[in-house]
Design a protein around this ligand. Structure first.
Ligand SMILES: Cc1ncc(COP(=O)(O)O)c(C=O)c1O
Length: 367
């Protein structure tokens, strides 16, 4: 079986350093809020190019803490509207509603699968206070136009960088393009932990301090509570694992890009649409999404031939029961993406033989 993301192989790439890191933490007798977390925060901030990084429990918490912090700081208030891409993973939207803010869904562009920057201004009302861009599939969603709209309308720009660690836009990285960014280190992400993990990056010292306090029960000093916070910590074991893997992130992203390039050059089947060259500028290929009108048949066929795939995602957020209030929205591009998208193996451990096999199978696919 060619796995979509073979986590055993990915972990084996770093087996020695991970074992050492885990042993060091176990031997240290210090498991939360220790040196490994502090070092990871410093190194990840340096890597991303921001002044601050605050580690937390997971990516959903990272996004939630950003908006909770802005509420505490008086920059957002209950009922304010936050623009989000309609085709995002549900976590981006849950983070907004968890803070009692209102998600306003905007369609993506068909060619880039990222929020359509030409539709954002039409979605702005007198209640809009923020735009959350989501670097879907590992492709940068930021555009100069989005930066300009946020400046002109005085909107906060929040990045959901769960899927695009290390992705570049000019001389900056995703996670350093807006006012604040939430990152997830879920195991299958480009930089993945051996469990849950997340982080907030920002240049804003006040925001970083507030996020840190809110993730620690609302406490800035031991046993003194200024806010009704939550418990969202990265544990030392995960921080140590991430520290061991971070130096190899760029190299591993390049391997993903090389696999993607191979597919773009070698998959030729009129039933399948591949990302265009333009699409893949500024991407770290967290996912390789191809589009196929006979998606379910293609997925079955690949499975029968030993290739594991996935759909990101089968049901769009506005059709989920959890978001009944959004059901009446008509979002044809988002709906088409959810019907046609198929993710094929592209990770850093996909071998040349495996990618050749995947491409050949897709080329031979007929209905
Ligand atoms: C786009 C996006 N946002 C947020 C999240 C939430 O991250 P986590 O699973 O670490 O809570 C994920 C990943 O699961 C994601 O893909």
């Amino acid at each position: 079986m060619i796995e979509l993301v073979n986590l055993k192989r990915i972990t084996a790439l770093h087996a020695e350093s991970i074992r050492q890191a885990l042993t060091d933490v176990a031997d240290s007798g210090w498991f939360l809020k220790g040196n490994a977390t502090k070092r990871f925060e410093q190194e990840y901030a340096d890597y991303t190019g921001t002044r601050h990084c605050v580690a937390c429990g997971n990516g959903l918490d990272a996004l939630t803490l950003i908006m909770r912090a802005y509420i505490e700081m008086g920059r957002l208030k209950e009922g304010d509207e936050v623009i989000v891409p309609a085709n995002t993973y549900i976590a981006s939207i849950i983070a907004v509603s968890r803070c009692r803010l209102k998600p306003v869904l905007v369609e993506p562009r068909r060619e880039t699968l990222q929020i359509d920057d030409s539709l954002i201004e039409d979605a702005i009302t007198k209640h809009t206070r923020a735009v959350m861009i989501v670097h879907m599939y590992g492709r940068c969603a930021f555009t100069d136009r989005i930066g300009d709209i946020c400046r002109r309308h005085n909107l906060l720009l929040i990045e959901d960088n769960a899927q695009a660690h290390g992705c570049r836009f000019g001389d900056k990285k995703t996670g350093a393009l807006g006012d604040a960014a939430g990152h997830s280190f879920y195991p299958t992400k480009n930089l993945g932990a051996l469990g849950d993990g997340g982080a907030v990056t920002t240049d804003d010292t006040e925001l970083a301090d507030m996020v840190r306090a809110l993730g620690n029960y609302g406490s800035e000093r031991k046993y003194v509570f200024s806010h009704k916070g939550v418990n969202s910590r990265m544990d030392e074991l995960q921080a140590a694992v991430l520290l061991a893997k971070l130096p190899f992130l760029d190299e591993e992203n390049e391997r993903r890009c090389s696999n993607a390039r191979f597919y773009i050059d070698n998959i030729k089947n009129r039933l399948v649409s591949l990302p265009t060259d333009d699409f893949w500028q500024n991407s770290v290929f967290h996912i390789f999404p191809l589009m196929c009108k006979q998606r379910d048949k293609l997925q079955e066929y690949l499975k029968a031939n030993g290739v594991q795939t996935d759909v990101h995602y089968p049901i769009p957020p506005h059709h989920q029961r959890a978001y009944e209030e959004l059901r009446s929205l008509h979002l044809p591009i988002t709906e088409a993406i959810h019907l046609e998208e198929l993710s094929i193996p592209v990770s850093q451990v996909v071998t040349e033989e495996e990618r050749e096999c995947v491409a050949k199978l897709i080329n031979d696919f007929r209905i």
